[in-house]
Each structure stands twice: as C-alpha cells, then as structure tokens.
Design a protein around this ligand. Structure first.
Ligand code: PLP
Ligand code: TYF
Length: 398
C-alpha cells in the first residue's frame, strides 16, 4: 500500500553531507550541517563528557527505564543553566519540564501540547528560520506564519518591521524566538531589542516560545541567556525548547529539555502531567544516557569548570574563524563587504549570496553549504580558509 505515497527528497541539510562524502576532490570543504569541528575537521567527544562517561560507567548499575520526566538532576541543572540560579520562576515552582530526545524532540512535544491547548494555534516564526521548525511544529498541527527578521541586502535584522508585525499578533498566538546564535543567519537581537520585544510580549499577550540550541556559542553561557531570562521574568507564560547537542557535543545521544513556565505552581503541575502524557503518546520515557552525563557534569564543580572552558574554546575558535574568513576575503580583493560575518554569533552566517553562486561554489570548487547561503563557520580551518576565500572570490566574479 505504501506505493501510493510519493517519494520525498532528503533533509536538505543532512542530504548535503551525503553529497560531500561522494566528492573526490581532496580540497573539498564542508560548511553544511551544523556540527562543531576542530582544526582537523573532527568533532571530538568533549573532555568533560569523557570524564562523565567514566563516572557513569562506575555509577550505573541497571538499564531499567528511567522515569517519564527523565533524570530530575538533569532537569534541575538545565533549568538553572537556562534561567539562572536565582530565577524567581524556579523559586516559585512555576515550571514544568521533561528531558526530551534532543532539541528536536523538545520542539515536537511542545508543539503537540500547544495543539492540545488549541488546535488552531498560530506560531509565528522568523523569516528565515531553521528549516526543521516547519516539520517539527507544522506536522504536529500548528499553523505557521512568518514575521520579518533578516534583510539579505543589508545583512542585518529588520527589527522595526519585525516589531510592526508582532504588534499585530493576536493574544494566544505563539512567537518562536531563537534564544541565541540564530540558525540560519547568525544575526541575534541586541539586549535593547530583547527589552523592547519582552515589553511587547507583556503588552500584547502573545506566548513567547524560545528555542535554545547554542547556549555558550555566542557571547557566553550567561550572556546568551539574556533574552530568555528577561522573558521568563517578564511574562506569565513561556515555552522553552533546549538542546545539549552542540554545547555538550552530545549530538547522537539525543538530549534536550522541554519546559513550560506557567502563571502559578498549580498550573505547572497540570502542564507537567500534560507534557508527560504527550511524551507517553510518542515514546513514553526518554533515553537515559545523554541526560545522565549532563547531570554529572553540571552537578560537579570541577567537571563543570572543565566543560565551561571547553565551551569557551569552541566559542573563541568560531570567533577567530569569522575574522580569518573576512580578512582572507579582503586579501582576495573581494568587493562585497563581508564584515557583517564578524558581528554575527555562533555557528552560522548567511553569506548573502545568490543560490546560483552557492551552486557554483559546490560544482566548481567542492565547497558545500545549503542553498540559502548559510555556512557552518566551524567547518572553516586555518588550513582551508585561503582556498575557501579564493573560491568565493572566483564565484563572485563569475
Ligand atoms: N533548534 C535549532 C535552532 C537548531 O539549530 C537545532 C539543531 O541542532 C535544534 C533545535 C535541535 O537540535 P537537536 O535535536 O540535535 O538537539
Ligand atoms: O541546522 C543544522 O545544521 C543543525 C543540525 O534534521 C541538524 O541544527 C540539521 C538537520 C537536522 C537536524 C539537525
């Protein structure tokens, strides 16, 4: 019976990795899928994670199921990391949360819950947003609409247009925001812009939904939480999806957090029961391993310090690579001003070039990134940056 279904094309981001692997050019460069890479192009297991694995190996005495909400130590550690140790929301017990299978799992559970509240819920997403937001939220039954966010011509955020649009959003509508390191553009709101946005959320009563997948990759673990923490202290209700894939390097372990901040403790317990019921309808209880490791890291001061140093190293390396790329493009005599790349945060930047130019780079120079012109900054290295800059310079002339 399945022959009645149409064959579909693969995930446009993950599909690129397959094409890259098939390319025989020894100078090929992979700036596609958003995983952190070191100078040698490897994505090693973080030292803090290796040490936590050794602790877990000693400590874990059974593979029996964990509880439906996941490891409570993990949940508490993550909520403190996201919302801040002194968060009044945590003190007032206004939060429901479960360990989720990755940030993707968190997004999907929360989407299902929003559909339970109101099947006609509209979610406003930035134009552009991460391509997977559409299936993760839309397939759950939410209606997606876009708000203006990024202007490719000026390579900057259209904040006034964004605010004008959000001023018209109805009470009860959901507004999806990237907590930091916007994927795909790398363009983040300033603290002043977050202030204005939070004031609008309070005034208009829309429900902010913050997706935090890169905490620590922008300006720092605390700094990157500014918008999220401000919203948490400002509004009555807030939805949060978080991922440990990038900042703990735990990609394949699938570890994330789905959290709902409610107006009071009683509502939090309703939300907790609902969110667990949603999870039960999909997979019952989350995988243990990744959450157990994060729990060990966050609970142990020494291990936490090792981890924080590693996050800082990853962040600093990406900042250095941004500068290196911009400098090399200048050295190649490129007319286009790419200095915006230095202002952007995290793993990604939009090069703001045309899809045909992206194709040209792929076909003529074996440089791989998605058609939108999003590049994974961590795929750049001291060894390949000059080749990359030459390829871009050649493509812009073509
Ligand atoms: N949200 C955004 C914006 C992302 O870029 C990612 C990517 O990894 C995720 C969520 C979810 O990540 P994962 O499911 O790998 O934890
Ligand atoms: O945007 C990215 O590249 C990362 C990784 O289906 C990713 O967020 C890509 C595709 C996907 C899941 C994660």
């Amino acid at each position: 019976m399945f022959e009645t279904l149409p064959a579909l094309s693969p995930d446009p981001i993950l599909g690129l990795s397959a094409a890259f692997k098939l390319d025989n050019n020894p100078k090929k460069i992979d700036l596609g899928v958003g995983v952190y890479k070191d100078e040698h192009g490897n994505t090693p297991i973080l030292k803090a994670v290796s040490q936590a694995q050794a602790v877990l190996q000693e400590r874990e005495s059974s593979k029996v199921y964990i509880t439906p909400q996941g490891h409570q130590g993990y949940i508490d550690g993550m909520l403190n990391l996201l919302l801040g140790e002194g968060s009044s929301v945590l003190k007032d017990k206004r939060v429901a949360a479960v360990q989720a299978p990755g940030g993707c799992g968190a997004l999907r559970i929360l989407a299902e819950l929003l559909v339970r509240v109101n099947k006609d819920t509209v979610v406003w997403v930035s134009d552009p947003t991460w391509a997977n937001h559409m299936p993760l939220l839309g397939d759950a039954g939410l209606t997606l609409k876009t708000y203006p966010y990024f202007d490719k011509d000026s390579a900057s955020i259209k904040f006034d247009e964004m605010m004008d649009c959000l001023k018209g959003v109805k009470k009860g509508d959901v507004v999806l925001l990237h907590g930091c390191c916007h994927n795909p553009t790398g363009a983040d709101l300033t603290n002043e812009q977050w202030d204005a946005l939070a004031a609008l959320a309070v005034k208009n009563g829309f429900l902010p939904f913050v997706d935090v997948a890169y905490q620590g990759f922008g300006d720092g673990l605390e700094e990157d939480a500014y918008g999220l923490r401000l919203l948490a202290e400002s509004v009555d209700e807030l939805v949060v999806a978080a991922s440990c894939s990038k900042n703990f390097g735990l990609y394949r372990e699938r570890v994330g957090l789905a959290a709902i901040l409610t107006k009071d403790e009683k509502t939090a317990s309703i939300a907790q029961s609902q969110i667990q019921s949603v999870a039960r309808g999909i997979y019952s209880m989350p995988p243990s391993y990744g959450g157990a490791l994060v729990d060990i890291i966050l609970a142990d001061e020494a291990l936490r310090n090792v981890w924080q140093t590693e996050v800082a190293e990853m962040r600093d390396r990406m900042i250095t690579l941004r500068k290196l790329l911009v400098d090399n493009l200048v050295n190649q005599g490129v007319d286009k001003d790419f200095s915006f790349v230095n202002q952007q945060k995290g793993m990604f930047s939009f090069l703001c070039i045309a899809p045909e130019q992206v194709q040209h780079l792929r076909q003529e120079h074996s440089v791989y990134f998605v058609d939108s012109s999003r590049v994974n900054i961590a795929g750049i290295s001291l060894a390949n940056v000059e080749v990359l800059a030459k390829a871009i310079a050649d493509t812009l002339k073509a």
